[in-house]
Design a protein around this ligand. Structure first.
Ligand code: MCA
Ligand code: AMP
Length: 476
């Protein structure tokens, strides 16, 4: 079995990481990883332990994530903007034995586990890198329709398998630089972006904040590949329409890849008119990593998210989980080495989505062409909202609203939005004087700010059926 990042086994002087004018060669990265691992061992932490990593926008964050992955420490990535609600849950659920931060002072006291600094030290010590086996690599928290987020446990072998399949789909090699401006606490930015670039033996240029000029300049500098969510492509299309430099940078890219939510046809068409080549889409979930991808160089076909990756089985099923007749719409079920190990401490939730034969039920509705091209057409649960590529459970936002003393009842829905895909909208029955702005700020403080409603409507009552259940379809 091979190592997760072969590039660290015989590291050379080629640049593998770029961030804000700083670079690290493979050799420097390997030495920084070795120093990091010495630090963990000195703190009494052994491989297999849950280690929290605050994903602050710093080069050292990448080093901590790579070192943990390469040496068998199970990373629980922590969004520095997590609210007290999510943090409290995570501390008792994942129980990290230690947390790591490039800027410890910014997150001190936020979790009970001891906090270690990740610095720029290097060590010449030889490291035994882990094999990409079926043991846990990551615990990634993902929202459900109700309750608090669940920790999806991802095996190293799943990440290795999925990245190799993507590399083959996109002819991704050590000559490629990936550019992305995604957070490092989800599959897209962390697994596909950071780990993918290193597994291919190429480089990642990570931008701490999404900004069209910075993205296009980074693409142009190295004929790079761009990984981004549809909201970013929407904003890039706006910028490219009025600013030639942005269009030039995008045109120089070797491959533009969109994922995490549906790329609207309108933005796809705008980009094609401006740039020529189409943006390729791929489809995945936290629990399965990437399942399907449009192949680089394949003839353009608007709409589909591509065919299943090599080694991934995909079928469409009805409400009883029986395969649908060819050509009909059904729920996407997938099986393969990419599927996760289960939710941490939640056998009930795992059993609800993963059957005895290894099929994972995604909740996404799709159709498939005769040649296997998959087209995502909807979602079974209306209580899941994809806002800017972040999955947000309506129930989580409702629970946060109900913690405000001025809120009596709350119902949260996703509404179509040209920029965000879906916008989080709340309908609230208030007990007294409370403004929509105060409620938005309240949710942004209690949870991650991206879960905040973009609009709050104060209403005298919520529509309900005879049983008293809120009828979200009747909301204005
Ligand atoms: C705004 N902010 C606030 C408030 N309002 N802070 C406190 N209180 C408030 N009321 C802050 C935010 O924290 C943020 O700070 C800044 O203001 C702007 O926030 P926002 O308006 O939410 O940002 P945006 O412009 O709407 O962001 C768009 C985005 C973002 C950049 C596209 O949505 C994004 O990064 N999306 C990526 C999601 C992703 O990676 N998904 C992958 C999931 P600051 O600027 O400091 O941050 S993995 C997945 O889906 C599967 C596996 C797959 O297929 O990939
Ligand atoms: P997450 O749990 O954040 O990993 O989100 C996974 C969900 O994102 C999937 O179940 C889909 O609903 C959605 N998704 C990801 N990629 C795409 C895509 N290319 N097109 C449509 N939906 C997507």
């Amino acid at each position: 079995m091979t190592a997760l990042f072969p590039v660290l086994e015989a590291p050379d002087g080629r640049v593998v990481l770029r961030f804000e004018g700083q670079t690290l060669s493979a050799r420097q990265l390997a030495r920084r990883c070795a120093a990091h691992l010495e630090r963990l061992r000195a703190a009494g932490v052994s491989p297999g332990a849950h280690v929290g990593v605050w994903t602050q926008p710093r080069l050292e964050t990448c080093v901590a994530l790579v070192a943990n992955a390469a040496a068998g420490f199970v990373t629980v990535p922590l969004d520095p903007k997590l609210g007290p609600r999510e943090l409290g849950h995570l501390a008792s659920d994942a129980r990290p034995v230690v947390t790591l931060a490039a800027e410890p002072e910014a997150v001190a006291g936020r979790l009970p586990a001891p906090l270690l600094a990740v610095d720029a030290a290097e060590s010449p010590a030889a490291v035994r890198w882990r094999a990409a086996d079926r043991a846990p690599l990551l615990v990634l928290y993902t929202s459900g329709t109700t309750g608090l987020p669940k920790g999806a446990v991802i095996a190293a072998s799943s990440v290795a398998f999925d990245l190799d399949a993507l590399a083959s789909a996109w002819a991704w090699t050590r000559d490629d630089t990936v550019v992305h401006a995604l957070p490092l606490f989800h599959v897209h930015g962390l697994c596909v972006g950071l780990f993918g670039a290193l597994r291919a033996g190429g480089a990642l240029h990570w931008l701490p904040k999404f900004e069209p000029h910075a993205v296009s300049a980074a693409l142009e500098a190295r004929r790079a590949m761009l990984f981004a969510v549809p909201t970013m492509y929407h904003r890039l299309a706006d910028a490219a329409a009025s600013e030639p430099a942005v269009a030039r940078g995008l045109r120089a890219a070797r491959l533009l890849v969109s994922g995490s939510a549906a790329l609207p046809q309108r933005d796809q068409a705008r980009l094609e008119a401006l740039l020529g080549p189409r943006v390729v889409e791929r489809y995945g979930l936290t629990e399965t990593l990437i399942n399907t991808a449009a192949r680089a160089g394949a003839p353009p076909s608007p709409g589909p998210v591509g065919a299943p990756l090599e080694g991934v089985e995909l079928r469409l099923v009805d409400d009883e989980r029986r395969p649908v007749v060819a050509g009909q719409m059904g729920e996407v079920a997938v099986r393969g080495p990419n599927v996760f190990l289960g939710y941490l401490n939640r056998p009930d939730a795992t059993a609800a989505v993963l059957d005895a034969e290894g099929w994972f039920y995604t909740g996404d509705l799709a159709t498939a062409d005769a040649d296997g091209q998959v087209r995502i057409v909807g979602r079974r649960a209306t209580d899941l909202i994809k806002c800017g590529g972040f999955k947000v459970g309506a129930g989580e936002v409702e629970a946060a609203l109900l913690e405000h003393p001025g809120v009596l009842e709350a119902a949260v829905v996703g509404r179509p939005d040209d920029d965000l895909g879906e916008r989080i909208v709340a309908f609230v029955v208030a007990t007294g004087e409370v403004t929509p702005e105060a409620l938005i700020d309240h949710v942004a403080r209690l949870t991650s700010p991206h879960k905040r409603p973009r609009a709050v409507h104060l209403v005298p009552e919520l529509p309900r059926n005879a049983m008293g259940k809120v009828l979200k379809s009747k909301l204005p």
